[in-house]
Write a protein that binds this ligand. Structure first.
Ligand code: G3H
Ligand code: 13P
Ligand code: ZN
Length: 305
């Protein structure tokens, strides 16, 4: 069943677990995520970036997810990091049930103005809106309080932003970064900042850049020729602490990319005679499904569908 994020995230916030939001670009990733969610009885957010939409086409993505969402679990179709108002409008028109407006690079006034506009359009169609303030990037090199404050989400500003815009959920910048190279040294999330944001913002909070860059998946990929030295993700223990402190939606893209490409590398090495793409893609789907299931257990969403 295809629904908006609101009910799922409110329930997750009350229940102190987080709903996984997986980025998809193609059929195989969607198959893996949906198989995992159905087996784990987990709600799931399927999200597509502007890049995914450029790659696969919005109508194609909507059609695939509509069919996949006939499953007996709650499914959300969400625009991830939407930066263009026209694209978001189109997504609302063609059947997305949730959208993110990412105005994090804009000056405050403009971010508030456009987020408000999107909220008005989206709510008229019962579509939920995620918004963002602060920059999602690694902060190891930022040692002074002033430097960190310039990048990470300020709790008071967050409360003001959410009140002014009326957004339904709010993406926090607390030290995570997108991609496989998040931290040079020890991983560090500003959990104290998260706690202060959660104390001031009633809306569900979203953690981006949350992939763990799982050691066994990296090892498998490297065994089959990938070069991933220095790749480093968010620790499981930090994810658990973040959920305890109010995170209700967690975005995962990189871990699925690593799993997909590890599976592809394995297949092309181990099955040199196979020319059927379905057989070559099978290990990739298996690997992504396994990763998705592990996330559902870690986030506490298993059994919550
Ligand atoms: O937040 C970014 C996601 O990982 C999407 O990445 O824009 O390459 O699809 P992409
Ligand atoms: P990762 O790169 O850590 O998977 O983060 C994905 C994300 O935040 C998508 O919006
Ligand atoms: Zn993100």
């Amino acid at each position: 069943m295809l629904i908006s994020s609101n009910y799922l995230l409110a329930k997750a916030r009350r229940g102190r677990y987080a709903v996984p939001a997986f980025n998809i670009n193609n059929l195989e990733t969607l198959q893996a995520v949906m198989a995992a969610a159905q087996e784990m009885k987990s709600p799931v957010i399927v999200q597509t970036s502007e890049g995914a939409i450029a790659y696969a086409g919005m109508e194609m993505l909507v059609a695939m997810v509509r069919v996949a969402a006939q499953a007996k679990i709650p499914v959300v179709l969400h625009v991830d990091h939407g930066k263009h108002v026209e694209l978001i409008k189109q997504a609302i028109r063609v059947g997305y049930t949730s959208v993110m407006f990412d105005g994090s690079a804009l000056p405050w006034k403009e971010n508030v103005k456009i987020t408000k506009q999107i909220v008005r359009l989206a709510h008229a169609k019962h579509v939920s809106v995620e918004a963002e303030l602060g920059m999602i990037k690694g902060v190891e090199d930022l040692v002074s309080v002033a430097e960190r404050d310039a990048v990470l989400t300020d709790p008071e500003q967050a409360a003001e932003f959410v009140a002014q815009t009326g957004c339904d959920s709010f993406a926090v910048a607390i030290g995570t970064a997108h991609g496989a190279y998040k931290f040079k040294g020890k991983t560090h999330l500003d959990l104290e900042r998260l706690e202060r944001i959660a104390g001031l913002v009633q809306q569900p909070l979203v953690l981006h850049g949350a992939s763990g860059v799982l050691e066994d998946v990296v090892q498998l990929a490297e065994h089959y020729g990938a070069e991933l030295e220095a790749a480093r993700g968010v620790l499981d223990q930090d994810i658990k602490q973040a959920i305890k402190r109010g995170i209700s939606k967690i975005n995962i893209d990189t871990d699925l990319r690593l799993a997909f490409t590890a599976g592809i590398r394995e297949a092309t090495t181990d099955l040199p005679r196979v020319i059927d793409p379905r057989e070559l893609l099978a290990p990739a789907v298996r690997c992504m499904k396994d990763v998705a299931q592990r996330k559902m257990k870690l986030f506490g969403s298993a059994g919550k569908a």
